[in-house]
Ligand binder design. Structure first.
Ligand code: ZN
Length: 323
């Protein structure tokens, strides 16, 4: 091998969280019934997903697509070793989690100070400090709690977010007792070299944090950003079936990277995910049927690379190249 070539540093295994039921479906016009969601979440358990974000316990007026999350939790099958989580906005969300047997919740704050001040009249760190009541309630009920920092890589109002702001929010999460944190690019503004820099710095500064990454594919960089995250030593990523999703605050926002595209990349590179790609593709196909439109999934369009291996059409290729 050429000495000057850089060898890509990849983890031997990663963990994926399928967030399509929450992040994907919350932006869809077509509302799925709880029965349809239960079928999907059960299929995900069978496919081997280690973590599944089932929905959110937020205002049904604000996000009607998620209003049946409680019912889904009550009716779904729970596969051993699978972590089922839900997004919450406040302590009321913890109450709903307790009532339907959800054992893991996730809070979110926008890293954009301008965004947070305009909407909530406080800084992101102040918002996180206000989560203390949720943490207390969750821990008392033996419910795991994690946090997310959306717009961590840039926002439509700030372009790039100063890393000092992301550090302050991380410290605010740690101060209320949350040490599992997701850096999220809801605005689809992250790019690979930035992801490597930010992730390396955050991992070195806060080794006690259990990190996740969450990339939207708005500008086609989602999968490159996941690869960049792997280079920086991150091993936990969110993805959405069929690439379904968007973001209500961001014009033109796309969904998360399609789960099957990430699984396929990992399979090709020899990175273990524990998820059955064919089963994941079946789930994504049924999601496309349910939402009723084409989605941003390369694999659903082109199939797996391995599917191309077929017998050589002897004689034909030569003729075609001569045309
Ligand atoms: Zn998202």
């Amino acid at each position: 091998m050429n000495e000057n070539m850089t060898v890509m540093q990849l983890p031997s295994a990663i963990r994926l969280c399928e967030v399509g039921l929450r992040d994907g479906l919350q932006n869809e016009k077509q509302q799925l019934t709880w029965q349809e969601k239960v079928q999907l979440v059960n299929a995900m358990g069978k496919a081997g997903f280690p973590v599944i974000e089932v929905g959110s316990f937020v205002s049904p007026k604000a996000v009607p697509q998620m209003s049946n999350t409680d019912q889904v939790f009550s009716e779904m099958e729970r596969f051993p070793g699978v972590e089922y989580r839900a997004l919450i906005a406040n302590a009321r969300g913890v109450d709903r989690a307790i009532a339907c047997g959800c054992e893991k919740v996730k809070l979110n704050v926008s890293a954009s100070t301008a965004h947070n001040l305009a909407n909530l009249n406080c800084t992101p760190s102040q918002s996180v400090a206000g989560f203390a009541a949720c943490v207390e309630k969750a821990l008392a009920a033996n419910i795991g709690i994690s946090g997310s920092i959306s717009m961590a890589f840039g926002s439509p109002w700030d372009k790039e977010i100063p890393i000092q702001d992301v550090r302050e929010i991380t410290e605010a999460y740690l101060a209320v007792g949350i040490n599992e944190i997701s850096l999220s690019d809801a605005s689809g503004m992250a790019y690979p070299t930035q992801v490597v820099d930010i992730c390396r710095e955050m991992k070195a500064s806060y080794p006690q944090v259990n990190w996740w990454l969450h990339f939207h594919n708005t500008r086609g960089l989602g999968i490159a950003n996941i690869l960049a995250g792997m280079q920086a030593g991150f091993t936990q990523f969110d993805a959405s079936f069929a690439g379904v999703g968007g973001c209500p605050f961001v014009p033109g926002a796309a969904g998360n990277v399609a789960t099957e595209d990430v699984l396929h990349m990992c399979e090709e590179m020899g990175v273990e995910t524990g998820v059955d790609l064919d089963k994941a593709m079946d789930i994504s196909r049924s999601v496309v049927d349910l939402v009723g439109h084409v989605t941003d999934s390369y694999l659903l369009r082109a199939g797996k690379s391995k599917d191309l291996i077929r017998e050589l059409p002897v004689g034909q290729i030569k003729n075609q190249t001569q045309k």
